[in-house]
Design a protein around this ligand. Structure first.
Ligand SMILES: Cc1cc2nc3c(=O)[nH]c(=O)nc-3n(C[C@H](O)[C@H](O)[C@H](O)COP(=O)(O)O)c2cc1C
Length: 196
């Protein structure tokens, strides 16, 4: 089982994607297996024409379907999430996130739009039947900087919020896995009763 890192920015380089990869590294440190999917790598024609039959779209859907959890990152665009992320989510089946935990991340130019994830993206994730959407993490551009020598420089509050999100994600996954194993615990033959 994997955690999908879903990048929803149309830009390269991308602050939100860097924040996503940083989160993926923290998850990997906790022994989680992650896989990356960048919506930008999908064929634009298929996204814009809602081509459900596209092989690349189907492969992306399968990658998503086989993930236990999703960390989704987007820039804030026009007080909402990016259009290419919407184009991809539109191509998912109605229950495309069924049973999954989701951790949403966003970067935006202004603190004023810090609620964009909660009023714009969260309802869509819920409508796609996500099992649990964890508290989202929003960072302003000033809190996510790139330095040629030092690499990614995150403001301290963002480091803490990502840490809390990763802790919550891994703890919830562990309890769900434990519950699954308990539900299918082996039963000794002597305990098996049958009725006719
Ligand atoms: C077309 C466009 C629209 C944007 N709209 C908003 C906005 O409504 N609110 C905001 O806070 N930032 C807005 N921004 C700024 C981006 O959200 C911000 O720079 C973000 O970090 C970019 O993320 P990325 O590098 O991952 O693409 C906008 C940027 C662009 C290019």
């Amino acid at each position: 089982m994997t955690i999908l890192l879903l990048a929803g920015s149309p830009s390269i380089p991308s602050r939100s994607t860097r924040l996503l990869h940083y989160t993926g590294e923290r998850l990997a440190e906790r022994g989680m297996r992650t896989v990356k999917l960048h919506v930008l790598d999908l064929p634009a024609q298929a996204l814009l024409h809602a081509d459900f039959a596209s092989r690349d779209i189907r492969t992306a859907q399968e990658t998503l379907a086989s993930a236990e959890a999703v960390v989704v990152a987007t820039p804030v665009y026009k007080a909402a999430y990016s259009g290419i992320l919407k184009a991809f989510l539109d191509l998912l089946p109605q229950d495309g996130l069924a049973g999954k935990l989701v951790l949403p991340l966003a970067t935006g130019g202004s603190q004023s739009h810090m609620l964009a994830l909660d009023y714009a993206l969260r309802p869509v994730l819920t409508a796609l039947a996500a099992r649990h959407v964890l508290p989202s993490v929003f960072a302003t551009d000033a809190q996510v900087e790139w330095n040629q020598q030092q690499g990614l420089l995150l403001a301290e509050p963002i480091v803490r919020r990502i840490e809390a999100g990763v802790d919550q994600l891994t703890a919830t996954l562990a309890s769900l896995r434990a519950a699954r194993e308990e539900a299918f615990a082996p039963v000794h033959f002597s305990q098996v009763r049958c009725s006719v």
